[in-house]
Design a protein around this ligand. Structure first.
Ligand SMILES: [Zn+2]
Length: 323
């Protein structure tokens, strides 16, 4: 029988109150939408208030100078609870207290390197989760998929040397070339004009085989809804892409790591996109029926040239990796 406590949501009011303004404005409306739409009342869903990530864990990812600069920036309180949300999400899923988890953040993480930060990211939430599970629970293998349209440069900097971390990074780019630099790193420079069909198809073709290859014990999804056509980042997705990607991630996690999946909120600022993308993801995680209003916009369109470029890039990755 399914554990009634299926999906853990991590949240803290400081994320909205003290987060970086571009990202923080969506956080409370998105959380409140989960409440108003009844999702938080479902027995499959439970919420915890995120705690601050402890200083010794911060120091295992970032330099002391970096931590001081974050304190000086004023975004320390929101960054600490954002990191703490990721760490607790990972721990609860590892310990089986939840089947999967969604961590809200007030400051995203994937542009936070060991000793530098940019792009509304201060502490690397993925790296904090990974280091905690390595140090305290001896977890060895992680698969991180980043579908935020901006590159996961900070995740690569903090975890790139780690033999136990496989990093699949999608980014909006005109490069049209896949660079293979490591047997654990895949960067897919996808066309900015990619719509639902191309992007979801690439996730469907790449995530399951690469996750199997990684022998991951847990899958982390860095989810930026700035990939939506009406949000500020690259890609041209509609709301339909988010539950579709969630289905793929859930199935991959079921095949590879007993369903252990943690979703970390990354970029995005449009309130209606945040509300419906996050709602559709959380409801999939919890096994709840989808809400029609969560896919209320039109499916995105894309040119045949974009589809062709996207397909070739995906083919290249599959060939290079002999999949
Ligand atoms: Zn982004």
């Amino acid at each position: 029988m399914m554990n009634k406590k299926q999906t853990l949501i991590l949240y803290h009011p400081l994320m909205a109150m003290e987060g970086y303004p571009v990202l923080a404005g969506r956080v409370e409306p998105a959380f409140e939408y989960l409440r108003e739409s009844g999702t938080l009342d479902a027995p499959e869903v439970f919420v915890e208030e995120a705690q601050d990530v402890p200083e010794d864990l911060l120091l295992s990812v970032h330099t002391a100078n970096h931590i001081q600069r974050v304190k000086d920036s004023g975004y320390d309180p929101a960054s600490l609870v954002s990191g703490g949300a990721a760490v607790r999400a990972g721990e609860a899923v590892w310990l089986g207290e939840a089947a999967n988890a969604f961590a809200f953040t007030g400051c995203a993480g994937h542009h936070a390197s060991r000793d530098s930060f940019w792009g509304f990211c201060y502490y690397n939430n993925s790296a904090l989760l990974v280091r905690h599970l390595q140090q305290v629970h001896d977890v060895k293998q992680f698969f991180i998929v980043d579908t935020d349209p901006h590159p996961g440069d900070g995740t690569r900097d903090t975890l790139g040397d780690d033999e136990g971390v496989f990093h699949l990074n999608f980014e909006a780019s005109f490069r049209e070339r896949v660079d293979i630099t490591s047997d654990r790193h895949v960067d897919v420079p996808f066309p900015s004009s990619s719509g639902d069909e191309s992007f979801v198809e690439a996730v469907r073709r790449l995530v399951p085989p690469l996750a199997r290859r990684s022998r991951a014990q847990m899958i982390l999804w860095n989810m930026g809804h700035d990939a939506h056509a009406q949000d500020y980042g690259g890609f041209n997705l509609s709301l339909r892409a988010f539950p579709a990607m969630t289905d793929i991630l859930i199935q991959a996690a079921a095949q590879v790591c007993s369903g252990r999946l943690v979703v970390l909120l990354s970029g995005g600022s449009e309130v209606f996109v945040a509300q419906h993308a996050i709602s559709s993801i959380v409801r999939k995680l919890a096994g709840l029926p989808s809400l029609p209003e969560d896919i209320q916009d039109q499916p995105s369109t894309e040119s045949n040239a974009t589809k062709e470029t996207a397909r070739k890039l995906t083919d290249t990755v599959l060939q290079e990796w002999d999949l």
